[in-house]
Design a protein around this ligand. Structure first.
Ligand code: FEO
Ligand code: CA
Ligand code: CA
Length: 644
């Protein structure tokens, strides 16, 4: 989520971890001094791994150099449309309002209704997943594509609202219905032929999931008193999912879609007076960014104080069965899940990594109790209900420990408010505070490289971190451009309770931002800011999408590729430039490396930009069309490997 967009909420207010978990920063400052701490960043982290290739040196504009990625870099810039390298083409696959399910009306933005929106592609596409058709096949041409819809921006969706802090609260009841229906997710069938990718119309798999789709709650918190509402006295069923940002999948073929900034949807009076005030405060449930609570009682905390406890989960959905009820898997903990991606432990158990995207919040992993059963799909059905949730503590310059969030262990006792495992998962943040986890610089995507087995953590930024709050893994005060940490699990086993780590790159412009660290041959176009989502191609090269590029300096968000091994390691190169106002989400590359799919989220979301006078009308560029968040497919003209 681009928090700039929540213009009725001060984005500087989102951090809600009061923990000053004393950081090694104090020790570093005392023993080594600030300058040495930053040298330490390079010395023990990336630099050690890279030899002398990675330096915060002045950028040298030149061709690919030692990189295996030989495409012609897109020059840094900012304008109304998108840009791909010479020899590549981008195709818009599906836009906000395009029909998804059979019978969906054509998009009529001036007369949009909730009923229409429930059948059309939602707003602000983020995560993209693909699942082969038929299931289990090795196709590169036919998939189910699953897409998250993170949030809505009424000022760009509806005429006459204008821009500014208050417009989200000015929507009509019907417009609120459109917004609720524009959240959630979409399943479409896509196929490739000689002319490119197409969305298969009226596919039997097509589905919209919205803010009102009935869902089941499973795992330790299911049925807990804190999940019960007047509409659901069982605490086991809930309507909808909200603010689904990034996501993931499972080895057994399901889609994981993650509720991130769920706290922004609940209005009402002073939450400090409610019984669970400490929990509300820790999760930032104190002001609504939307008008929904005026029209829908369950979004009003005064009427339904437990409703927020039913959001903030990882949701598992079977994309192959449009009738399948989505399941909120509470064993994975409740926090602002950016995404949830898997890799396998040595013994076949499945390990899911997930970041809690807030300043000073934590990095988690969940290890299933049982291995994935390749032979018997039914045996995996509820694998996500049983396992252990861990939180990361970066104990020194090079070592990370994974601390179990298990009721009864350590400080997670009834005396401390954790009487059952349900208490632990519902208040996972508070439990992690007790374990003295390491407060991070907004953990976004966390993904494991299928080639080298290392896990990459996107830390987008944290301008609030002071010099006294730096720690080994977050060594930059006022971290405006973010960094990427690379974790190697002990003995190559992702179920291990510890691992080693280093810093892969640090964002910012070399020569201008003192902390910036890349391969020394990174060009003037290849530096980046505010890493958000990432993916890997079959060669293990990383592709990083950004959210928060310095637009004041005339630089748009984009997609950058880099080697993770060899002489080109850490040499980021700019592959894609987004239209103004947009961030780049959901990067995903087909198994044959022939296509990269991107979700272009919130195009036109610039200061002062409105439905009536948008900063861009991407991608249609028609006078009666607002900017439309869209999924695009980028291929090489004539075919071939992305990036080469
Ligand atoms: Fe929705 Fe963490 O970005
Ligand atoms: Ca984002
Ligand atoms: Ca994100």
């Amino acid at each position: 989520m681009d928090l700039r967009s929540l213009d009725n909420v001060d984005p500087e207010d989102i951090g809600s971890n009061p923990s000053t978990e004393p950081t090694v920063g104090e020790l570093i400052d005392r023993r080594l001094g600030r300058r040495a701490a930053l040298r330490g960043l390079a010395g023990v982290g990336a630099l050690a791994a890279l030899g002398n290739e990675l330096m915060g040196s002045s950028a040298l504009a030149q061709p690919a150099g030692p990189s295996s990625l030989t495409f012609e870099e897109v020059p840094h810039g900012l304008d109304k449309t998108h840009h791909v390298p010479a020899g590549y083409e981008a195709q818009v696959m599906i836009r906000w309002g395009d029909p998804v399910v059979a019978g969906a009306p054509a998009f009529d933005p001036a007369n949009q209704t909730g009923a229409a929106q429930e059948k059309q592609f939602g707003y602000n596409c983020d995560f993209i997943g693909i699942h082969p058709l038929p299931a289990g096949s090795t196709t590169n041409d036919r998939f189910l594509m699953v897409v998250n819809h993170e949030y809505t921006a009424p000022g760009l969706m509806f005429s006459g609202l204008g821009s500014g802090r208050s417009v989200n609260h000015q929507v009509t009841e019907e417009q609120a219905k459109v917004e609720i229906a524009a959240h959630g997710g979409t399943v479409i069938e896509i196929a490739r032929d000689g002319s490119g990718w197409k969305v298969v119309p009226d596919s039997k798999f097509a589905r919209r999931i919205t803010g009102t789709t009935p869902m089941t709650i499973s795992g330790p918190a299911a049925g807990h008193d804190k999940l019960k509402t007047s509409a659901d006295p069982t605490g086991r069923s809930v309507l909808g999912m909200l603010n689904n940002c990034a996501g993931g999948s499972t080895p057994w073929g399901t889609w994981l879609t993650c509720e991130e900034n769920f706290n922004f949807y609940f209005g009402g009076s002073d939450v400090a007076k409610l019984p669970d005030a400490a929990s509300y405060k820790r999760y930032g449930i104190n002001k609504s960014a939307y008008a929904w609570s005026r029209y829908v009682d369950r979004f009003n905390i005064d009427k339904e104080p437990n409703e927020p406890n039913r959001f903030g989960w990882v949701v598992e959905i079977d994309p192959y069965d449009p009738a399948a009820t989505p399941i909120k898997r509470t064993a994975l903990g409740r926090f602002k899940h950016e995404g949830c991606t898997y890799t396998l432990a040595k013994d076949g158990r499945v390990v899911f990594y997930s970041g809690d995207d807030e300043r000073f919040d934590y990095l988690y992993k969940f290890v299933t109790a049982k291995p994935w059963n390749r032979q018997d799909p039914a045996a995996n059905r509820d694998l996500l209900d049983e396992g252990t949730l861990f939180v990361a503590r970066f104990v020194d310059a090079g070592k990370v420990e994974w601390l179990p969030l298990v009721q009864g262990q350590g400080p997670l006792t009834a005396e401390n408010g954790f009487a059952t495992q349900a208490d632990v998962v519902i208040n996972a943040r508070l439990a992690a505070d007790q374990l003295k986890a390491t407060p991070m610089d907004r953990p976004e995507d966390v993904e494991t490289n299928p080639v080298n087995g290392r896990t990459y953590v996107m830390l987008t930024n944290n301008t609030r971190r002071t010099e006294q709050q730096v720690n080994f893994a977050n060594p930059i005060a006022r971290n405006a451009h973010g960094h990427v940490i690379e974790i190697t699990p002990k003995d190559g086993d992702h179920a291990a309770a510890e691992g080693t780590w280093s810093i892969f790159i640090v964002g910012g412009k070399p020569g201008i931002d003192p902390a910036a660290r890349y391969h020394r041959q990174t060009s003037d176009n290849g530096w980046l800011s505010c890493v958000d989502n990432c993916t890997f191609d079959s060669k293990g090269r990383i592709w990083i999408a950004t959210d928060g590029a310095p637009t004041a300096a005339g630089i748009a968000d984009g997609l950058y590729g880099a080697d993770t091994a060899g002489y080109g390691r850490g040499l980021t190169r700019c592959f894609f430039q987004a239209p103004t106002g947009a961030e780049v989400c959901g990067p995903l590359i087909t198994p044959d490396d022939g296509t990269v799919f991107l979700a272009i989220q919130h195009p036109g979301e610039d200061a002062g930009s409105t439905y009536d006078k948008p900063s861009t009308r991407w991608p249609d560029f028609k006078d009666n069309m607002p900017p439309r968040p869209s999924v695009i497919a980028i291929t090489k003209k004539g075919g071939g490997t992305i990036g080469s």
